[in-house]
Design a binder for this molecule. Structure first.
Ligand SMILES: NC(=O)c1ccc[n+]([C@@H]2O[C@H](COP(=O)([O-])OP(=O)(O)OC[C@H]3O[C@@H](n4cnc5c(N)ncnc54)[C@H](O)[C@@H]3O)[C@@H](O)[C@H]2O)c1
Length: 391
């Protein structure tokens, strides 16, 4: 279906679209990128040159390669100029109705065999695919930010997507040097679902006053081995993005208490304390501000890590139980998409499922909240004595 000669279209020249265009052009494709905002297109063009110059300076690519990539990308302001594309990846504003209008217009100008993909983080692929006459050629291809650096791409078929389209998209994105995982069309797909407890359980520990933000971040990094602490990471992602993802996943799961957002984060969003980009969030990033000191108490730190990690494992187990993805893909997704030090299911086998089950049970007994219910898959494996990987 696709080859090196396939022309790749990208709609939206923002953070994600421009990165995806760079990835496709670096893999040798001709790329056409469309945005309805001329200023955004100009900015994307300038940033692409800047980013490629940086790669040349760091000897990551040659000056010739830079020129070839720049020549391969065409920036356009009219949708019909995408007509020759074999695959178009959409990365515009996260709004179901706007995206659906764009897809219906796009389908009318593309060849019959062309494929339309969405990079949406939170909308249903099946719902988006309902906008086109041929949903068999509609699919989710979800890159992570920044698309040029993050290796993971989730491939999400809608309920009507043809299997040949799925296979062709997976092979194509693999050929771009990315790590692809297959995910079912459910809220948050793999990463944005399984990662929720990293934030929400940290927020819960903080809201209860069991530890402060600096201590929780210290524990997750120094004891847990995570690259960033949850509060640093939420501040970096921005509460306008991170809170909204949490709230969207919670609502789409019919208000399942497992995914309930935290008021502490909502207040920051309401106050415009969006994190690093606005100068303050959980931490203060303004010049001269003092960074709070962590209470480096090993026993407290281990309790924090254990509670958050067991909640993450429980969610990964549920994602496997509900057939969102395979065990291998769930672990790959979390290590390649959000840089976790280990796959959560592999980690569960190392910790022992009895330990994970006991941690969840004591949280459930204490709080008497459905949020802490144990995944049926952990219960099943405990009965049979199996792990996620070894039987
Ligand atoms: N930013 C992330 O971390 C991230 C990660 C993965 C996926 N996504 C998803 O990717 C998509 C884009 O996100 P982003 O962060 O790049 O957004 P962005 O705001 O940086 O860029 C969106 C671009 O789309 C353009 N646009 C808006 N409406 C348009 C229309 N009708 N026609 C053509 N162009 C239009 C805007 O001018 C803008 O340049 C969203 O669906 C988002 O959920 C974002």
């Amino acid at each position: 279906m696709f080859s090196k000669n396939s022309i790749i279209g990208v709609i939206g020249s923002g953070a994600m679209g421009s990165g995806i265009a760079q990835v496709a052009a670096s893999a040798g494709h001709s790329v056409i990128i469309y945005d309805n905002n001329e200023k955004a297109l100009e900015k994307a063009q300038q940033q692409l040159t800047k980013s490629l110059n940086g790669l040349v300076e760091k000897n990551k690519i040659t000056a010739e390669k830079k020129e070839a990539i720049l020549k391969a990308i065409q920036f356009i302001h009219k949708l019909p100029d995408l007509a020759t594309c074999d695959l178009v990846i959409e990365a515009i504003v996260e709004n179901l109705e706007i995206k659906k209008t764009v897809f219906a217009d796009l389908e009318n100008i593309l060849a019959k065999q062309a494929v339309i993909a969405s990079n949406t983080s939170s909308l249903s692929i099946t719902a988006l695919g309902a906008a086109v006459k041929n949903p068999g050629h509609f699919i989710g291809i979800h890159f992570f930010n920044p698309a040029t650096l993050m290796p993971l791409v989730e491939i999400i078929p809608g309920i009507a997507t043809n299997s040949e389209v799925v296979d062709a998209c997976k092979s194509l994105i693999d050929s771009w040097g990315k790590t692809t995982v297959m995910a079912k069309d459910t809220p948050g797909f793999i990463v944005n679902r399984v990662a929720r407890p990293f934030y929400s359980e940290a927020l819960r520990i903080y809201e209860e006053g069991l530890a402060d933000i600096a201590t929780i971040d210290w524990a997750m990094k120094d004891i847990g081995g995570f690259r960033m602490g949850p509060f640093e990471l939420m501040d970096l992602i921005g509460h306008d993005v991170n809170y909204v993802v949490t709230e969207t996943v919670w609502k789409q799961f019919y208000f399942d208490p497992k995914f309930k957002p935290a008021l502490a984060q909502k207040r920051l969003l309401e106050g415009g304390f969006l994190g690093k980009k606005s100068g303050s969030g959980f931490y203060d990033y303004r010049g001269g501000a003092l960074k709070p000191e962590a209470v480096k108490d090993e026993i407290l730190g281990k309790m924090i890590v254990n509670r958050i990690l067991c909640m993450l494992i429980n969610e990964a187990a549920d994602a496997l139980y509900y057939q969102i993805a395979s065990a291998e893909d769930i672990d790959l997704a979390m290590t390649k998409g959000v840089n976790y030090p280990k796959g959560l299911l592999k980690w569960a086998d190392e910790l022992g499922l009895a330990h994970v089950a006991n941690t969840l049970k004591s949280l459930h007994d204490f709080y008497e909240e459905d949020r802490y219910r144990l995944s049926p898959l952990i219960k099943k494996h405990r009965v049979s004595g199996n792990g996620f990987y070894h039987v």
